[in-house]
Design a protein around this ligand. Structure first.
Ligand SMILES: Cc1cc2nc3c(=O)[nH]c(=O)nc-3n(C[C@H](O)[C@H](O)[C@H](O)COP(=O)(O)OP(=O)(O)OC[C@H]3O[C@@H](n4cnc5c(N)ncnc54)[C@H](O)[C@@H]3O)c2cc1C
Length: 479
């Protein structure tokens, strides 16, 4: 299955009311009421161009009209009220670390940058909650929790870059997802500004509650298309008492994948199960000066935590030793941190070698080895170079498709898109999904209906219209 041709990242075939914003000609000075209403903004073309990019490598056509730097909820309310009245589209931005073009903005659009809204307004160890502004960096929240013996579990590879607002909007996952789940599992309540400027509190600050529909859940993963998250109450957990790590090397990535699956029925619950293929190990070695690739054709990093961490890692090691070339166990936090950092460098190390299209499929974890084998088969048959690494405990594989050439991508070349399309088809064939944690953004929209079907997609659009009748919020993204 292939896409139509070289696809402009803006030229998605599906249109809706949401795609209609920003088309009208404007009179001189029309933005002045917005400038008067907000604390801080820039129309400098270099600054607006930079504010319209994320880490997907894609680029919109033209540069955004203005970037608003929100310093209060009032700034967000004023921006959305202005945009809604004037039918201008608004692209909300956290840190711009997204990988699917969700925060990419182009001509005629307003970028609403939230990174200055970065206060942790409350941290309650008894309730096990933190209340935060959306621009808080994910790792900063975890460090603040650590001062109280707690931790914030969702830890995307970008934990030092990404914001909690962006994590919520993409339902980000992370390395600890194998045991602690994804951002959705940590969100209790949200403060949201709707497209027309209404500010509301959804969800609840209690651990349990069942009044009405789960509106907070609806905003998680909505990629800035339903409202702007201006605050969140999230769950904190006791910081695990101990940690143990197993570093295992295998001859092939399929063998490593099967070993990771064997852990599922071994009576253990590792917090981290990360798998890296041989090509990615070579890229990591190149970036970090390490020597991982020499130890095997695939690397599996497994961590256990809590009071029984060491006993649990012994069970893990026994399972892995059945098929591994070698397995090292350590309780040394510094060694574990180095191995985790190497895994977190998987994507940057591939990016350092050239341009890439980053994919994010998930399959039922019992089918993980088939997913890796399928990606390798697509690569061999098409001649397209593809790296792969995985949050193996979640069945979440990141095939990274190499795009020859330099410079930003204004379109995805047809060969790369064809390989991506085959990967999406593989995921669906194996009972999986197009995107586990990065979101649809601009890049995967053509595949949404093939996964969810026409009725569900129509329902998505009906909901979008209900929340954002003028289609100003991140038009052309996600649904
Ligand atoms: C090296 C690297 C490793 C990564 N590893 C992971 C990983 O392990 N797991 C993972 O899930 N992701 C990963 N990512 C992707 C990325 O970091 C996540 O998608 C992250 O959640 C994006 O956060 P952000 O603040 O940068 O959001 P942005 O990129 O600024 O925005 C992402 C989307 O959210 C919307 N948005 C942002 N803030 C708000 C808000 N307050 N209200 C409403 N909408 C909003 C934007 O409009 C956009 O659609 C990685 C990225 C990099 C560069």
């Amino acid at each position: 299955m292939t896409s139509d041709a070289t696809t402009s990242i803006r030229a998605d075939s599906s249109t809706s009311v949401a795609d209609a914003a920003s088309a009208e000609p404007r009179e001189a000075g029309w933005l002045q009421p917005l400038f008067d209403a907000v604390s801080s903004y820039s129309v400098d073309p270099d600054e607006t161009a930079a504010a319209g990019l994320d880490r997907s490598g894609t680029q919109a056509i033209g540069t955004p009209t203005v970037v608003i730097y929100a310093r209060s909820v009032a700034d967000v309310v004023a921006t959305l009220a202005f945009a809604n009245t004037n039918r201008v589209s608004v692209v909300t931005r956290g840190a711009g670390s997204g990988l699917t073009g969700g925060a990419v903005a182009g001509a005629g659009e307003i970028v609403l940058d939230l990174h200055h809204l970065n206060a942790i307004t409350d941290l309650n160890p008894v309730d096990g909650t933190a209340t935060v502004e959306p621009g808080v960096i994910t790792a900063d929240l975890d460090r603040a929790a650590a001062e109280h013996g707690l931790f914030y579990a969702p830890d995307p590879g970008s934990v030092e870059l990404s914001t909690i607002g962006g994590n919520i909007a993409t339902n980000a996952g992370g390395l600890r997802g194998a045991k602690y789940g994804v951002t959705r599992d940590a969100v209790l309540a949200l403060d949201v500004v709707l497209a027309d400027g209404r500010h509301l509190h959804v969800g609840r600050d209690t651990v349990k509650g069942v009044v009405g529909y789960d509106l907070a859940g609806l905003f998680v993963g909505s990629e800035g298309t339903l409202g702007v998250v201006v605050g969140a109450t999230v769950r904190l957990l006791p910081r695990p008492a101990g940690q143990a790590t197993a570093a295992a090397y295998f001859d092939t990535v399929e063998t490593a994948a099967r070993a990771s699956v064997a852990l599922a029925t071994a009576g253990v619950r590792p917090s981290v199960i990360e798998l890296v293929d041989g090509k990615t190990l070579e890229a990591i070695d190149e970036l970090r000066g390490s020597a991982l690739a020499g130890r095997g054709g695939a690397f599996l990093l497994v961590q256990t935590d809590g009071f029984g961490a060491l006993a649990e890692i012994d069970v893990v090691a026994a399972v892995l030793r059945r098929t591994a070339l070698s397995v090292d166990i350590t309780e040394d936090a510094a060694v574990a941190a180095t191995l985790s950092a190497a895994r977190r460098d998987a994507l940057p190390s591939i990016e350092a070698r050239g341009r890439v299209l980053i994919e994010d499929i998930a399959v039922p974890r019992s089918r993980l080895a088939e997913a890796f084998a399928g990606v390798a088969e697509i690569s061999a048959r098409t001649g397209i170079e593809i790296y792969a690494f995985a949050h193996a405990g979640d069945g979440n594989v990141h095939p990274i498709i190499v795009i020859p050439g330099d410079g930003p991508l204004t379109s995805v070349p047809p060969e790369a898109q064809a390989a991506a399309d085959e990967i999406f088809a593989l995921a669906l064939r194996l009972g999986g999904t197009l995107t586990a944690e990065h979101g649809i953004g601009l890049l995967k929209r053509n595949w949404v209906e093939r996964e969810v079907g026409p009725d569900a997609r129509q329902l998505f659009r009906t909901l979008k219209t209900l929340f954002d009748p003028n289609g100003i919020l991140n038009p052309g993204k996600s649904i």
